[in-house]
Design a protein. Structure first.
Ligand SMILES: C[S@@+](CC[C@H](N)C(=O)[O-])C[C@H]1O[C@@H](n2cnc3c(N)ncnc32)[C@H](O)[C@@H]1O
Length: 249
């Protein structure tokens, strides 16, 4: 197997969450299925200003416009898809895809868009199908970065844009300590029954651990370029919120 065909995991095996590496996918499916019904309120508490408004600004910044056909991968409860619908309008289209059945049930109760249960790594769409592919706050959870990027490249039309929103491990030591402290406080608050609960607290702990152990921006940029993407850029706000954009040139 050549190096380009080898799997690239977003973070090392996290034994505190799944005892065997083979349990990664099952753990991710279960934690999102278990927390889907409280995802929106928990996200509102945790958001750090990254709500629907921020997602909309990021989409506009990266070039999404009226009439485009969009695939939102790992759509969750539809926070990115909601903004996309308001930008593309009636002449465009938005499809949501997620691996979690319960997340899709949540978004199905809010948005009238086609929803597909599937994996970012194996997309059930023809080559060259979309003007825009998006993924909000889910790249840390995929099984294989290279396989995922290959699929994004394949389903985008030539000239189409990929936008990935992520929380990256701050490189600035002071900001790193501040974000770490913020998450430890949030884990305590969100674990309180009534505000969130045990599963939601575990989810936020998992968020922090995956941010802390996530591959660097440089690796993501390099891997996107190796996949064939051009104009690969990372726009960062407060050394945490990162918008990766890339074009199928
Ligand atoms: C943190 S939520 C993000 C939801 C939404 N994009 C947002 O911005 O709020 C992460 C979502 O990624 C989904 N997910 C994780 N791994 C996935 C994969 N390999 N393929 C598709 N969806 C995945 C989870 O089920 C979950 O709904």
């Amino acid at each position: 197997m050549s190096q380009i065909d080898e799997k690239l995991v977003p973070h090392p095996h996290l034994k505190q969450f799944y005892s065997k590496e083979s349990g990664r996918e099952e753990f991710v499916n279960k934690i999102f299925d278990d927390t889907a019904s409280k995802y929106d309120p928990v996200n509102n508490i945790l958001s750090l200003g990254s709500g629907v408004r921020y997602r909309k600004q990021a989409l506009i910044r990266s070039g999404l416009s009226s009439g485009m056909d969009v695939l939102d991968i790992a759509t969750g409860t539809g926070m990115v898809a909601t903004s996309e619908l308001s930008i593309v309008g009636a002449k465009g289209s938005v499809i949501g895809l997620d691996r979690s059945y319960n997340m899709l049930t949540e978004v199905g109760g809010k948005l009238n868009i086609p929803l597909i249960q599937g994996d970012a790594n194996v997309l059930p769409f023809a080559d060259d199908s979309f003007d825009f592919v998006t993924m909000g706050y889910a790249l840390r959870h995929v099984d294989d970065l290279k396989g995922t990027f290959k699929e994004y490249f394949r389903v985008l039309k030539p000239g189409g844009t990929l936008l990935i929103l992520e929380l990256m491990r701050p490189t600035n030591k002071v900001i790193y300590q501040m974000v770490k402290l913020y998450f430890s406080v949030m884990i305590a608050i969100i674990s309180i029954p009534g505000i969130g609960g045990k599963n939601e607290g575990k989810l936020i702990q998992y968020y922090w651990d995956t941010i802390d152990k996530f591959v660097s921006s440089d690796i993501l940029i390099e891997t996107l370029s190796e996949t064939g993407f051009g104009k690969v850029k990372a726009h960062q706000i407060v050394n945490v919120f990162t918008e990766f954009t890339a074009v199928k040139t």
